[in-house]
Design a binder for this molecule. Sequence first.
Ligand code: AMP
Ligand code: GLY
Length: 423
Amino acid sequence: MKVLIVGSGGREHTIAMCVKKSPRVDEIYCAPGNAGIGEIAECVPIGAMEFDKIVSFAKEKNIDLTIVGMDDPLVGGLVDELEAAGIRTFGPTKNAAVLEGSKAFSKDLMKKYNIPTAAYENFDDPEEALAYLENASFPIVLKADGLALGKGVLICNTLEEAKDGVKSIMEDKKFGSAGNKMVIEEFMTGREVSVLSFVDGKTIKIMSSAQDHKRAKDGDQGLNTGGMGTFSPSPFYTEEVDEFCKKYVYQATVDAMAAEGREFKGVIFFGLMLTEKGPRVLEYNARFGDPEAQVVLPRMKNDIIEVVEACIDGTLDKVNLQFEDNAAVCVVLASDGYPVSYKKGFPITGLEKFEDKDDYFVFHAGTKKTDEGFVTNGGRVLGVTAKGADLKEARSKAYEATEWIGFENKYMRHDIGKAIDEA
Ligand code: AMP
Ligand code: GLY
């Protein structure tokens, strides 16, 4: 079988690694991919938003299965275009990917189907949003409706801050057209857990839980990033939480989408907050999380091709989704200065140390291959993942492996998985 993966980050590298393990796969292509993916797949210089080129390439190469990893092409309707051209594709169609593409849509869906989430109002007029804030209690959360690279959420402590926030989202269009609408919602406190799932339109199967670390600096300080590290499973995702979410969140979301004529096939990522009143949905994504994928997928026992095909064919109920009874930790190696400004082009050493080890993985995000070898080429450069018998062992192995890698402005958080000690 020939498989095409669309995307270019650590998530797609992880997907490519799983695809490569499948005995059913002969050839792997990735558009556009990255230097690490290029070691196990053939990268083609086609951008994830170049839909016509992706469709032509898939037809020309007789691709049997396409897996779309990234949010932008999913929300933009790449799956619809590939399917229209007769190419089997894993991922939600445009009318289902709106679950991630519009926060106003997802909030209305949760309200209509009684899925627990923060209280909120949607606005498409900045004047109305400003008037609403006058009587609101603080802190309060402002969210740009559309995709904003994970940056469209502002937590405002005062009325003044919130007014500035409305202005920057809706008037100055800091996040572009993502700010044509916005959600204002109640501020919640609690631990966050990411739960990824496979969905075939009717059936949903939950993967092992994970926790991300979104802030750039230790102690959850500094700016929000794409994610600085993850661990899986989350010790805070207890049986009680699992039972609650199975009853009120997971199947309810899949059924709600089907009832709205938006049958969802692909991965739903549930961003949950475990509040004192119980779990609440913070957000949905229509894809694997990154770097969540880098700790969840290496622990999956199933052949990813079989699971993905079952999602496409509506036979997920027949799949026994299984995860190893161990743990994984991923520490992101970034370029110092990320997410604001940073230098790139520095040679990377030590990558070969991962080659002959089953429990250690290095996933590329921002790297480039030159005649002299791999060099840094982005803010998040590599994800270093290790598996261990438990979270503590996985964490110490992951940090040990971060030492194997060298580049001039290497930066990482030193407290990924510190929360484990409090469990
Ligand atoms: P989102 O993209 O909706 O997940 O928001 C990004 C981050 O903002 C989340 O991971 C939370 O840390 C925070 N956040 C979002 N919504 C809320 C909320 N209602 N209360 C508190 N924090 C929130
Ligand atoms: N790690 C969060 C995300 O993928 O959106």
